[in-house]
Design a protein around this ligand. Sequence first.
Ligand SMILES: Nc1nc2c(c(=O)[nH]1)N[C@H]1C(S)=C(S)[C@@H](COP(=O)(O)O)O[C@H]1N2
Ligand SMILES: [Mo]
Length: 554
Amino acid sequence: MPPPAASSSTVPAPSGVAPAGPEPSSRPERLTPAAAGVAAGAVTLGVAELLAAAWTSWLGSVGTPSPLLAVGGAFVDRTPPWLKDWAVATFGTADKLALGIGMGLVLTLVCAGLGVLAARRRTAGLSGFALVGVVGVAAVLSRSGAAPLDLVPTGLGVLAGTWVLSELLQRHTALTRGADPSTGTAGSHPSRRVAAGSAPSRRSLLATAGGLTVLGALGVVAGQALAGAGRAAQAVARAVSLPAPRRRVTVPAGAASDVPGHSAYLTPNESFYRIDTALRVPRVDPAEWRLRVTGLVDQEVEITYEDLLAEEHVEALVTLTCVSNQVGGDLVGNARWQGWPVRELLARAGVRPEADMVLSRSVDGWTAGTPLEVLTDDRDALIAVAMNGEPLPPEHGFPVRLVVPGLYGYVSATKWVTELKVTRFDADEGYWTPRGWAERGPIKTASRIDVPRARDAVGPGEVTVAGVAWAQHRGVTAVEVRVDDGPWQEAQLLEEPSVDAWRLWRWTWPDATTGEHVLSVRATDGAGEVQTDLPAPPAPDGASGWHTVRVSVG
Ligand SMILES: Nc1nc2c(c(=O)[nH]1)N[C@H]1C(S)=C(S)[C@@H](COP(=O)(O)O)O[C@H]1N2
Ligand SMILES: [Mo]
């Protein structure tokens, strides 16, 4: 509805001159209720997160009593592929931090809005606030491993927050009325009443709300820190002593490169990419850990960590790749893994002939659906306990994960694995499949230029170009580089100790001429198949296309 013509009396003041009339908006009237709403939200979360830390650390809750982590986790579970793509492309492995900041902003706005609503219509506002609490409780109860007791932290937090909100608003109302006893007098702008009558009390009310907000935020930070510190997984991980593998692998010197900026053949554990849906790294005590083989088997089998360490282990060089990796991206890493072949455990259980898939499940309920044949053929599909000679780091799956050569991580590389359900593709599906990702995820042949990097200044003259190429389980038999639209030139391949791992390559650009140039790369796999130039986004089954780098020479 258009404003009545009379409202044009609020002529904007010339810049630098304060308006002469009443304050231009009812902002001060809304500020206090909004601040009260934010304070109530902060107190809710502060109380809930502190209690959740106690639940996790001392009550040993295996669910997600933290409402922030539960809501965040539920959100992650419902992320459509385009959003996951965008988030990974934009934030990379900082996607969890970005999610946290986004949730903080949304919650602040919602709480501020509910505060304003509650100042006008108390019941509606407080009910809205409680409703947000119910969403939190529902999220907590929906997480894997949730027990009824897990709702207590969020429930008590919401009670505390609702009380704070109604208490602050009551004072706010008292102020508003107290400033002008003739409430409802026409012509007296409400904000003016307050501003004129009780600026100091308003200020102290705002200060109280601000103080409560800070306290609440501190509670959240302390809660997260305490929950983290209460986890012993890291210490335990360091204490584990690994058995000697039956077969060891060594990396020949000829597989690695000394070109500055070139990928290391083995990616150090600290810099290995991490992708998972776990907002907090699961804590798994190896003494409690079990791996169960269930489903279409002759007999169910359950093994302990000790049992697993007593089996004959092998080592294997396997390059993991995330299906979300963009062309030229870095969601790929190579490691020396140690573990027990999956096929030996499956053989012990006796797989029924009608089975064609293994649904592996992690302690936090995440699942991957892996074709049975890649777990039973002669490749090194491992129940892995070590990465580059160290027990698995907690964020890479301690104590036990799966590593399967040739498949993207989302259909194979289950971290914190606790169950292998032998099943069928037409009966079960992995976590990402109903979310828009392909049922099967063999890794596409790919190559990447590491140096020079985009927009590096190089040359003129001789320029070293170097990078990696991967076609897991098929191997890389050729890499070619091209300058602008020139002919493809054969790159020098470094040694390939395993077809399951990436291969480093380099090429000397003999005569780089001044100006802008585009370098392109493509690989050929062990079957003689040349990497496709057809560009495809990561969803649904992995990106494709040639990696190009624009450099300026001179
Ligand atoms: N439990 C669990 N395991 C998981 C995932 C997960 O979300 N949860 N993500 C998978 C995906 S998508 C990838 S790419 C690899 C990444 O393994 P990394 O973090 O050790 O590099 O782990 C896989 N294993
Ligand atoms: Mo992934």
